[in-house]
Write a protein that binds this ligand. Structure first.
Ligand code: ZN
Ligand code: ZN
Length: 375
């Protein structure tokens, strides 16, 4: 049974040479072991190679069209991708013919971005700050101004590649003659060598330095946000343009306030009597002192909202709110007088209380009695 080479490439039996080429290129992009780590891709790629070898050759294709298999037993060729292994980039170059046109690469390359972590207090993230920062990055070498050469010297043309920056080799494969180009090992592809490197930077064109900058943190930033300082990152090799510096905000936890977006939350404990009778409390917010009324009959877990006393909005005007969560404190130790007053109070309200300290069976017995309805 002959292999379905058309099926492997996913082309029709009347596909043109261009269609076959396009299909192969597409599949090589998908299944070449250089770009696809799946072990199954390797076998699939061999199959694709074999199909292309057959269908791109008019003589072999004719055998297929007559029902034979040019790669099968008695088919002649060794085939099935048995030729030299062709790298992914070489396949692309064979199709696009750009192997010879890359040329030497520049010594100057753009620098990378840098990131710096900045710890701030809630007060600083809320209201903004001009924060001094100290950043350690690559900077332009002052001795050679980025050129990498010792003063008064210049790079010389690489003898190995004659300044082309690459070495070409020619391979005979099922794709025909494939010209592949590798970066020149003698000059790392630069096409020139620095015989006398700058003593300060060793030829890299940059040195490391610590710089002190000031970053303006706007009011209302949040934990995890990044402020971008354009071109304050790492200078590139050969004195290339610097990347950006990102300052990542980390907000320290606050003793009193926890933050949710632009709202702040805090807890205030009031005595049981104040919760029952109502009271007025003064509390310090992030930037002011506020007096708030605790209504008579306040329940544990209820909260008050103080509008506009949260964190200023980063975008637009206004501020979040401050939520004051109220806990009610039940007295734990009562004097005999206090206990008597509370019992009197309970009696006037018709509320059942047990004399736990003196009752046999203690708490569990009280619970049981309560459920039975005669505590
Ligand atoms: Zn230098
Ligand atoms: Zn070279």
């Amino acid at each position: 049974m002959a292999k379905d080479y058309y099926g492997i490439l996913g082309v029709r039996r009347d596909a043109s040479a261009d269609d076959i080429k396009r299909a192969y290129r597409q599949l090589a992009r998908q299944f070449h072991p250089d770009v696809n780590a799946d072990p199954a891709a390797q076998d699939r790629f061999k199959e694709i190679n074999a199909a292309y070898e057959v269908l791109s050759d008019p003589k072999k294709r004719e055998i297929v069209d007559l029902g034979g298999d040019p790669l099968g037993p008695g088919g002649g060729s060794a085939g099935a991708g048995a030729g030299p292994f062709v790298g992914f980039q070489d396949i692309m170059d064979a199709f696009f013919g750009n192997a010879a046109s890359r040329g030497p690469r520049s010594r100057t390359r753009a620098g990378s971005d840098a990131i710096l972590r900045l710890e701030l207090d809630l007060h600083e993230t809320a209201f903004g700050i001009e924060a001094p920062i100290s950043v350690d990055t690559a900077v332009l070498c002052q001795t050679c101004d980025g050129a990498g050469t010792a003063p008064g010297t210049h790079p010389t043309t690489c003898e190995t590649c004659a300044g082309r920056g690459e070495i070409q080799s020619v391979q005979r494969t099922f794709l025909g003659q494939v010209v592949s180009a590798r970066p020149c090992p003698a000059c790392q592809g630069f096409g020139s060598v620095i015989a006398h490197p700058c003593a300060k930077c060793g030829g890299d064109g940059r040195t490391r330095a610590r710089r002190n900058l000031t970053v303006k943190i706007p009011a209302g930033v949040e934990d995890g946000m990044r402020i971008r300082l354009a071109q304050q990152g790492e200078v590139g090799p050969g004195g290339g343009p610097p990347g950006d510096l990102y300052v990542e905000i980390h907000e320290r936890p606050h003793d009193i306030f926890s933050r949710k977006g632009d709202d702040l939350h805090c807890r205030v404990t009031v005595p049981m009597t104040a919760a029952a009778l109502g009271t007025r409390i003064t509390l310090k917010t992030l930037d002011s002192e506020e007096t708030v009324d605790v209504k008579p009959g306040t329940q544990p877990g209820s909260s008050l909202r103080i509008r506009g006393r949260g964190v200023p909005h980063l975008r637009g005007s206004g501020r979040g709110d401050l939520h004051v969560h109220l806990d009610v404190r039940t007295p734990t130790k009562l004097t005999p007088d206090e206990e008597r007053m509370l019992r009197d109070f309970a009696r006037t309200r018709g509320e059942e209380v047990a004399e736990l300290s003196r009752q046999k069976g203690g708490f569990l017995s009280f619970m049981r009695d309560a459920f039975n309805g005669h505590a």
